[in-house]
Every structure is written in C-alpha cells, then in structure tokens.
Design a protein around this ligand. Structure first.
Ligand code: F6P
Length: 546
C-alpha cells in the first residue's frame, strides 16, 4: 500500500505548512472577495462553508492530489461495494447498506445484505406498530409507555443522541431513556419512577458480551421478575444482537431478537436495529425520513468527483489541520440544544475509528492521526472554554453547526415567535467564527480606545480555523445527512492515512485487565495482587474502604 508521506503531494503540503508559508485568513479574504462563494459547498440540505479554514487553492489541490495518489476514489468504490476493508477482522464495513433502497443488491459471501437489511427493518416496523398500537403489551396486559435501552458505545450513543436531537418529532405516548454506565446510579435513575408493568427493555449489544450492558440487563431482569414474576422477561425484554446463542442463554427468545451483522461496526450501527428505540419514538415513517437523509449523502459520496465531494473535502481539510498544521484537537460546537449529545457521539465515531498508530499493513505511522474530538453546544461553551479558543496558546479548529429555523418548541410556540431565541443563538455562532478567523489586532484595540496596559490583554490573534455547517432546520432527514457527512469524512481521513477505521483493538487491554481486577475486588480474602505497586495499592485501598 502507498505510504502517503512518499507522495509528492504530501511533501508539497509539508512546505505549505511551514510557519512562514501558512495562509493568513485576513490576507486571503482581502485578496479574494469571492472566497466565501468559492469555498462554500452544498450536499443535500447542508451548506458547508470552508472559507474560514487555513487553505488556499494550492493547498486544496495538493490535498486532492494526495487523495488521488493514495486511491481514495477506488477505496470509496470498494467500501460501498462491500470489499473487506476491515482487514484485521476480515469483514466489509457496509453501514451504507443499512440505508440502501430495497431494490439494490450488495453481495457479501454470496448473500444479498440489502435483502437482509429490509427483512429486519420490516420486523422492526411491525414491532414498532405492535408496541405503539397496544397489540404488544406487558405481562399484565397493559401497553408500554416507557422504553429503556440498555447498551454502551455504539449501542447507546447514536440512538441516545438522535432521540434528543429529534425531540420535536417524537410521537406521543412512549418515552425512551438510555442506560449505558455500569454505575448502578444510571440504571437506578431510569428505574426510579418507572412502572414495571409498562416498561420495555431493549438490550442492545452487538456482541452480547459487553460486561456493562450484561450487568445492567441482569439487574433489570431481576427488577422485572421481582415485580412481575419469572415469565415477565419474554414480554418485557427484547435484544438487538448478532449473537443468537448468548441472547438465548440470557433468556431472550429468537422472536424477540433483532439481528445486527458483523459487517456493521458498532459506531456505524445507528441505522440498523440498534436504532429500534429511535424508531419507536419517531414512528417508522420518521425513522424512514432519517434514513433517507443518510442516503442522500451516501449517493453524493459515491457519485461526486473528489474535488466536489463534500465529505472528501471535509476529511481532507481535517487531515490538513491534524497531520500538517499539527492541531491536536478539534471542537464540534452545535448551536443547537437538540444536538447537545452530538459531540459525544462524534467522539466515538472519530476517535474509535481513527485513533490508530499503525497502518492497515501493521507498519507504524509516522504522522499524527485522529485529533481529540470534543465540544459542547453553543452558546454555553462561550461562557466556559471559548476564552482558550480565542486567546489560548493552542489552536483548535472548530466545526460550528447552526440552523436557520428553530426546532419545534411546542410550549414556546404558544407564546409567539421563537425567532427571538434563534436569531440570538445563530448570531453568536457567526460571531464566534468571525472572531476566531479575524481576531483583533493591537492597533485596532488601541484605536478603539483601550487603555495602553490592556491592549495586549484585549488583542485577539485570529487566524483560528473553523467550518460552519448550516441547514434550514434540524429534521430527521437533516440529522441523517449530518451524521453521514461525518461518517464519510472520518473514513476518508483513514483512507489517506492508510489506517483501518473499522476495528478497535485499543479497547481490549483495559477490558481484559478489568476482568482480573474485578475478581480481586470481590474476593473475600486478598490473594496477593500481581500488578504494579500502584495498582496493587489501589486494589488494597478499595478493599479496605468497603
Ligand atoms: O468496547 C468498544 C465497543 O466494542 C464499541 O466498539 C461498541 O460500540 C461497544 O463496545 C459496545 O459493543 P456491543 O454492542 O457489542 O455491546
């Protein structure tokens, strides 16, 4: 495989990134009044403004040459066709098949996976109707009013994020909550006030071996049986898993299991049955609109030349910031309360995918890979960490996300125009991007009448890059589009770096060590720990404090 650093384009980019060559946003905007027009692109309902990124036409063409040199176009085609790009696990990564139309065919091991996806979707739809119309009830015959999803990582973050994001599109009568942490307080919160007779648990675990989820599921089952008797599990618990054997051993019958396939990675699985809680909340039609949004971006990703391909451009610019300009983190700042869980969702998507130190062939990389992703919704962040974004010693590229129209707010809508909030919200978003890009020079500060001893304190260096993503309104479709955009830009970066974004070996060691340590914490008598002195002492301390 091609080592990207061996390409001429990589070397050009290294030279463009030298301190004395780096673009200055003030100069770029002054030199080209059309800059915003030239660097604003659209995909579906999303408008993406890259003009405040530290890029020039030469840098973009070198990034595109780099993508060509490492065969990004062919890699995209291979990904979408189901080639086994997850090489360490010898599997395809076919999350795009989850939103493929019924008539499409994608063969994996002589099986049409699109047909499997739609057969499973039909079962989900039937289940959602039965739960919603009261045909499927709890053990005492009462309809369900509460759904508790038990899952973690990709089996939690996606549905939990989208459930909050699409609050304005939920159908009434059914509330969902999401329990992920093995800390008993998480499940306790969900169960306090819940009525066992009307509560449905969805145990979401692709592997059905994740200790946090299984521990929560066992406790939930005890809660159910204590109130409703042994027979309650079959009425009140369903599973979403690829592991039929373990689900059955747990006591969930095949009819109550919804399949996920090994070709869907956990962090890419929201459109599979892992999204069942979301389908229950939105109804099958709303869920269908959500999938259509993904599909729109998938088609663009598949069919558009690299130079106009929005996820490709976004991935390449992110890679420029990380591997060449050496910015270690990236902030995702949705100016939307509904998207408050979006940064957490993206943390798994991007960092579990691209937090890798070896290339797919096992050779170590000699360039930085994934940045640390973090963020909070605006304007809240402005009153906490934006100080550092503007005047700190680290440059943090930012993704701003904003909507022209507010999400439905039923109570406020009765008071009149909620625009008063939306305008202030979005004005702040635009102002932050402007302030980061252009700052304020000492001369300007002095000219504004600042006291001389405060001039340096009130100076903003500017030249801090950001992208602004806008849509008219956050809807099921635009959320699907936004997620697909991020999914694809993650994968594009991996393609250039030559890493496998679909495995996650880095989570294994901690899991393995925890299995041993939990035994030591639970034992009646200490047995002489075999860890380092720090871990031994912590174990002893825990035991003495119990
Ligand atoms: O430990 C990491 C991980 O495997 C994630 O990749 C995954 O999303 C999460 O755990 C949950 O896994 P499962 O759905 O198998 O319980």
């Amino acid at each position: 495989m091609v080592n990207p650093t061996q390409t001429a384009a990589w070397q050009d980019l290294v030279s463009y990134a030298q301190a004395d060559q780096r673009p200055r946003l003030r100069d770029l905007f002054e030199a080209s009044p059309e800059r915003a027009d030239q660097l604003t692109v659209a995909v579906g309902d999303l408008t993406v403004d890259f003009s405040k990124q530290l890029v020039t036409a030469e840098i973009i063409s070198s990034l595109l040459a780099l993508a060509e040199n490492v065969g990004v176009g062919d890699q995209i085609a291979a990904l979408l066709a189901g080639a086994p790009l997850n090489t360490t696990e010898a599997r395809p990564a076919l999350h795009t098949a989850l939103r493929a139309p019924r008539h499409e065919t994608i063969m994996v091991n002589n099986r049409d996976v699109v047909a499997d996806v739609h057969a499973m979707r039909d079962r989900m739809v039937a289940f959602a109707h039965e739960v919603r119309n009261g045909q499927r009830t709890g053990a005492t015959g009462r309809p369900f009013t509460q759904v508790i999803n038990l899952g973690i990582g990709g089996s939690d973050l996606g549905p939990a994020m989208a459930y909050e994001a699409l609050a304005g599109y939920r159908q009434p009568g059914l509330r969902c909550c999401f329990v992920s942490n093995v800390d008993a307080a998480d499940l306790d919160d969900a169960l306090s006030g819940a009525d066992p007779e009307t509560t449905l648990f969805i145990v979401s675990s692709k592997s059905f071996s994740t200790s946090e989820t299984l521990t929560n599921a066992e406790t939930a089952r005890r809660w159910l049986t204590r109130h409703l008797g042994e027979q309650a599990t079959s009425r009140h618990m369903v599973a979403i898993s690829a592991n039929s054997e373990r689900t059955r051993e747990f006591g969930i019958e095949p009819d109550n299991r919804f399949d996920v396939w090994d070709w869907v990675g956990g962090r890419y699985s929201l459109d599979s049955a892992i999204g069942l809680s979301l389908m229950l909340a939105l109804g099958p039609d709303g869920f269908g609109e959500f999938l259509d949004g993904f599909r729109l971006v998938d088609e663009h990703f598949a069919q558009t030349p690299l130079s106009e391909n929005v996820p490709v451009l976004m991935g390449l610019i992110s890679l420029w910031n990380r591997s060449f300009l050496d910015f270690p983190t990236r902030a995702v700042l949705p100016y939307s309360h509904a998207l408050r869980r979006f940064p957490a969702y993206l943390q798994q998507l991007e960092m579990e995918s691209n937090g890798k130190q070896v290339r797919a062939d096992g050779d170590p990389v000699d360039y930085p890979t994934a940045p640390v992703i973090w963020g909070e919704p605006g304007t809240n962040g402005q009153h906490s960490f934006h100080q550092l974004l503007h005047q700190g010693t680290t440059t943090v590229p930012c993704d701003f996300i904003a909507f022209a129209r507010a999400t439905p707010t039923p109570t406020l809508d009765q008071l009149g125009d909620p625009g008063v909030h939306q305008e202030l919200l979005v004005a702040n978003c635009f102002a932050q991007a402007e302030a980061l890009a252009f700052g304020r020079t000492a001369a300007e500060v002095a000219q504004d009448g600042a006291e001389p001893e405060l001039v340096n304190h009130r100076t903003f260096p500017g030249n801090r890059p950001s992208t602004v993503i806008m849509a008219r309104q956050l809807t099921p479709s635009t959320l699907g589009q936004l997620i697909a955009l991020y999914e694809h830009q993650v994968v594009v970066q991996a393609m250039v770096w030559g890493i496998n974004p679909f495995d996650q070996w880095g989570v294994e060691l901690g899991k393995q060590l925890a299995t041993g340590i939990v035994d030591e914490l639970r034992r009646d008598q200490p047995t002489g720990s075999q860890h380092d002195s720090s871990t031994n002492k912590l174990i002893a301390h825990f035991r003495s404090e119990r």
